[in-house]
Design a protein around this ligand. Structure first.
Ligand SMILES: NC(=O)c1ccc[n+]([C@@H]2O[C@H](COP(=O)([O-])OP(=O)(O)OC[C@H]3O[C@@H](n4cnc5c(N)ncnc54)[C@H](OP(=O)(O)O)[C@@H]3O)[C@@H](O)[C@H]2O)c1
Length: 286
């Protein structure tokens, strides 16, 4: 654990969804003077309804917003409160262009920027066990490492803000594709009278075993789609992945198919369920 500065810097946390709310709890518990903001009001004593007021005076602005429109809109709104002495830390999974937008605007405004998307879902956030992929200007990570350690168990420093975005998106590509494959495999087993427990037991000693399989096979089998990571969020990430492939002149047929399946479920109003609701594509009424 890195040494924390004294006094602790003021923090503004933007986004109070599944992850931001849990991250803010840990930041507050660690003693940082904190303000939180979210589009929908939250019942927290540190909640500030005005985004500019939330950002003003903060040494670190931590962003756990949903997607590209949310990040761009809120960043533009709070720009007047940003400048030298502020470090903007983006934790949202955004696309190539928005990563570069944040790099450029922070540079123009004279504030520091670190791109630190993460892996780890609702449970990991609750346990302060996120893993950050962090890329930014030299020295920024070193300066705020002790702050990031409050919500994480590992920080992987990468070459640039863009590398952090690309690594985050292409690891999510594996997660989305794996759940699509697990849903497919599970539905075939169930149709042949083999239980989810037996399927999972067969996966465990196999090279394809994963923490993800242990989490998602049992919950899919009982139709528990309480959101740990929402379908709408995985869908937007898959669109950002497809954009990365296109920029590189590549096809990405695997994630393109999974994205199409997620879009169908989203159109049926299932966007705020866990993305493992992909399993429902194999039910007869689908
Ligand atoms: N959950 C995970 O397992 C996980 C894992 C890795 C990365 N991530 C990434 O981390 C970020 C946060 O994830 P999350 O699961 O906490 O998301 P979430 O539960 O969907 O929360 C998103 C937050 O963004 C706000 N928001 C949405 N659209 C907005 C808009 N147009 N303008 C302003 N605010 C808006 C929401 O406000 P309202 O409450 O008003 O809707 C909420 O505060 C996302 O980029 C996600 O891809 C999540």
């Amino acid at each position: 654990m890195s040494k924390r500065p004294s006094p602790l810097p003021a923090i503004a946390v933007f986004g109070q969804g599944i992850i931001g709310s849990r991250a803010a709890d840990h930041i507050v518990a660690a003693g940082y003077p904190t303000k939180t903001w979210s589009r929908s009001p939250r019942e927290r004593s540190d909640f500030e309804a005005d985004p500019v007021a939330a950002a003003r005076g903060a040494a670190i602005v931590a962003i756990y917003l949903k997607d590209v429109p949310a990040v761009r809109d809120i960043f533009s709104t709070i720009e007047e409160a940003l400048g030298p002495g502020t470090t903007v830390v983006n934790h949202a999974t955004v696309d190539y262009e928005t990563t570069m937008f944040l790099v450029d605007r922070c540079s123009e405004l004279g504030c520091d920027f670190l791109n630190a998307p993460f892996t780890g879902s609702k449970v990991a956030a609750g346990n302060a066990a996120l893993v950050y992929y962090a890329g930014g200007q030299a020295g920024v990570l070193k300066r705020i490492r002790s702050f990031l350690e409050v919500t994480s168990t590992q920080i992987m420093e990468v070459d640039s803000p863009l590398a952090a975005t690309i690594l985050k998106l292409t690891t999510n590509l594996i997660t989305a594709s794996t759940v699509q494959a697990l849903a497919e495999g599970l539905s075939i087993n169930l149709a042949h009278g083999i239980s989810a427990e037996t399927y999972l037991e067969s996966i465990k000693p196999n090279a394809c075993a994963s923490v993800l399989a242990g989490m998602k096979v049992p919950s899919m089998a009982v139709g528990d789609f309480e959101p740990h990571f929402s379908l709408s969020n995985m869908l937007k990430d898959s669109r950002y992945m497809l954009d990365l492939a296109e920029r590189a002149g590549l096809q990405a047929p695997g994630i393109a198919n999974t994205a199409a399946q997620m879009q169908k479920r989203d159109e049926q109003g299932e966007g705020e369920f866990d993305f493992s609701i992909l399993f429902k594509q194999f039910e007869p009424e689908s």
